[in-house]
Design a protein around this ligand. Structure first.
Ligand code: ZN
Ligand code: FE
Length: 250
């Protein structure tokens, strides 16, 4: 079994702890900070062996150095970002496999939010850790890449099995959903998803993970090539570019 623990930190970030119950190996995905991670590890009696970083932003790597000092864990990040991921030990690129006990994840390069962004796909565990590339009903802002790049990156994620759980790094679902409803007001799946999400948030609960299937049905950035959104611009990339621009000022 792969235990997955979700730790809400800062304003709206999520850190994930992945624990292989057989080997005892434990990974932290995008540790924004160290203290709370160390506290949860201690409480569970887990030893941190690995950090998986999706990109170099401070709210994803802020805990790297302190966690490594306290645990001696190995830090894995993108080759393209190896100069700016603090204390990186192993630089990975598209197609590389990383393991956690008997579990393994494939590295996919998903530039757009940043030029070196990667995601970790645990195929057998149906789990995708996608950082700031894909959010529930949204996607990352374009800080270093083009809309075309992020659109191509999302194409890779769209081909994953529909039951894949999407563990993104931020709780942005409610505002993403409000925006999505402005561009697809008649999308029933979207309306239903928003009802569920509003309920969860009203109870202070996380709306993450989503699934690839849910995102295919509700996420306008996944759906830029769908008939309802094709009216916005000529090509899917142009639709995507327009949606990203509209959302930036929403
Ligand atoms: Zn970021
Ligand atoms: Fe972030």
């Amino acid at each position: 079994m792969l235990d997955i623990i979700q730790i809400p930190v800062l304003i709206d970030n999520y850190i994930y702890l992945l624990h292989d119950t057989v080997s005892g190996e434990t990974a932290a995905v995008d540790p924004a900070l160290a203290e709370l991670v160390l506290a949860v590890l201690k409480q569970r009696g887990w030893q941190l062996t690995t950090i998986l970083n999706t990109h170099h932003h401070g709210d994803h790597v802020g805990g790297n150095v302190k966690l490594k000092r306290h645990t001696g864990c190995q830090i894995i990040g993108a080759k393209a970002d190896s100069h700016r991921i603090p204390a990186i030990d192993r630089a990975v690129s598209e197609g590389d496999l990383i393991t956690l006990g008997s579990h393994s994840a494939q590295v996919l390069e998903t530039s757009g939010h940043t030029s070196g962004h990667i995601v970790y796909y645990f195929a057998e565990d149906n789990a995708l850790f996608c950082g700031d590339t894909l959010f529930v009903m949204g996607c990352g802002r374009l800080f270093e890449g083009s809309a075309e790049q992020l659109w191509q990156s999302l194409q890779k994620l769209k081909t994953l099995p529909v039951e894949t759980r999407v563990y993104c790094a931020h709780e942005y679902s409610q505002s993403n959903g409000r925006f999505a409803l402005t561009v697809e007001p008649d999308n029933i799946a979207l309306q239903e998803k928003m009802t569920v999400i509003n309920q969860l948030r009203a109870n202070g609960l996380p709306t993450v993970p989503s699934t690839i299937g849910d995102e295919l049905a509700t996420n306008p950035f996944f759906r830029a090539d769908s008939p309802t959104l094709r009216t916005i611009a000529k090509t899917p990339v142009e639709v995507f570019t327009t949606l990203r621009r509209l959302k930036d000022s929403f």
